[in-house]
Write a protein of this length. Structure first.
Length: 433
């Protein structure tokens, strides 16, 4: 079982990572963003092999919360990334031309993955010439994302066999928030960190993700998504029950709470009672295979917190499941999950924000005196071109620049989609006899 929601303090969640070649491997992942003490074997050791997938950062001094994004697995090997903060992104290429300034769009970098093939920018983007570089004669630009804008984009992940680059610079992709540029790079053990910085102009925050060489695209997706959310994440390879010492334990921490997970074998073993730490017992048999031990670890850890859905303020929507192809919801791949990043997309407990169905407003132009004396917007629900939108007196939407118009395409995309819907959560309707 894997609780979708938990109550109480921060806790650790155990997952059998999707697509791994061995069912004996699992991850310990914090359910909250932030740095914590890495998973380790206890004073009475279990002998499990433990390694770090991602070490979460301490946010002190960071310009963003974590790495500035929320991220979800949407389907096998795919993910959706959303900036946490909307606002105005401004940079000036003061000593270099704008073409040398990295794009605000996400980039696949050297990863070869599909990054930003589906890219949404909620708001208006503009570019403005603000001067000339005296040394080169080239124009100097300022680019900005309009008021209230936020980036969202997809990633189609690749297996580790295609991301490994042993002995040289790790493969990477990039994205940026309104505050900072980020480089996500992969290592299978011997890769080195990329260096994309341009001293005096811009720098990157580097986020490493450790992979096993046999990780599938689904496993790479899950590990990357955990890291992007700044969740401390470790890989544990379990053993057969006959190889586990009764009373042995491993330790794990969240940013606020310390845990130890101790083993009772064939009903034998004593709680080590680690001071100032919350203990969780894992009951195994000496006849259990490594796979069975893994399953029991997952069940014990994930049963620690009572799981209850929190659907306050949400409408309930039946899970589309295999009816996804009938056209009722074109946004299924981008459903998110606030509490469990493995369950976005067309999956149980995923959520959506409200949306209006795409439609067009045809406006009637007014004179300056009409706007100043009797300001009105006359609209009809008909299909038509949207022209001279700034003449309706709302230039503030495009950063108060009267020379910048909202085009028909931009206007159509604002808060518009294939259907009208309230904020909702997916559930399964079942009958119990």
């Amino acid at each position: 079982m894997t609780p979708i929601y938990g109550t109480g303090d921060d806790y650790v969640t155990a997952y059998s990572v999707g697509g791994m070649s061995s069912a004996t491997q699992l991850t310990f992942t914090n359910n909250t963003n932030g740095n914590a003490t890495p998973v380790a074997d206890g004073a009475v050791p279990t002998g499990f092999l433990i390694s770090q997938i991602h070490t979460a950062i301490n946010e002190a001094g960071m310009m963003d919360e974590g790495y500035g994004v929320n991220a979800w697995v949407t389907s096998s090997g795919k993910g959706w990334i959303q900036n946490k903060e909307a606002g105005t992104l401004v940079y000036e290429a003061t000593a270099i031309t704008a073409v040398n300034e990295p794009s605000i769009n996400p980039s696949a970098g050297t990863s070869g993955m599909g990054v930003g093939n589906i890219y949404l920018l909620e708001g208006t983007i503009y570019q403005q010439v603000i001067g000339t570089n005296g040394a080169t004669g080239n124009s100097i630009f300022r680019s900005a994302i309009g008021l209230g804008a936020a980036q969202e984009f997809n990633i189609d992940f690749l297996p580790a066999s295609q991301l490994a680059n042993p002995g040289v610079v790790g493969k990477y992709f990039t994205y940026r928030t309104i505050h900072q540029r980020y480089c996500v790079w992969y290592s299978t053990g011997s890769e080195t960190q990329p260096n994309l910085n341009n001293p005096g102009h811009y720098t990157y925050v580097y986020l490493s993700v450790m992979l096993e060489t046999d990780d599938s695209a689904q496993t790479v997706a899950e590990k990357t998504i955990f890291a992007l959310n700044n969740f401390q994440c470790s890989l544990i390879k379990s053993r057969a029950g006959s190889a586990i010492t009764a009373g042995s334990y491993i330790t794990a921490s969240t940013p606020t709470t310390d845990f130890y997970y101790w083993f009772r074998v064939d009903a034998v073993g004593n709680d080590p009672n680690v001071p100032n730490t919350t203990g969780v017992m894992v009951d195994v048999l000496s006849t259990d295979t490594p796979t069975k031990v893994t399953q029991k670890i997952v069940k014990a850890i994930n049963s620690y917190q009572y799981a209850v859905p929190d659907y306050r303020g949400l409408s309930i929507k039946g899970l589309m499941g295999d009816r996804a192809d009938i056209g009722l919801d074109d946004d299924l791949p981008y459903r998110f999950n606030r509490n469990n990043v493995k369950f976005g997309g067309n999956q149980i407990s995923s959520e959506q924000l409200s949306l209006n169905r795409q439609h067009y407003h045809k406006g009637v132009r007014q004179t300056v005196s009409q706007r100043n004396s009797n300001h009105r917007h006359l609209v009809e629900n008909v299909d038509g071109e949207v022209a001279d939108f700034d003449n309706f007196g709302i230039q503030s939407y495009v950063l108060n620049d009267p020379n910048l118009l909202v085009t028909k395409e931009e206007y159509d995309s604002i808060e518009a989609g294939s259907a009208s819907r309230p904020a909702n959560a997916s559930i399964n309707y079942v009958i119990k006899y």
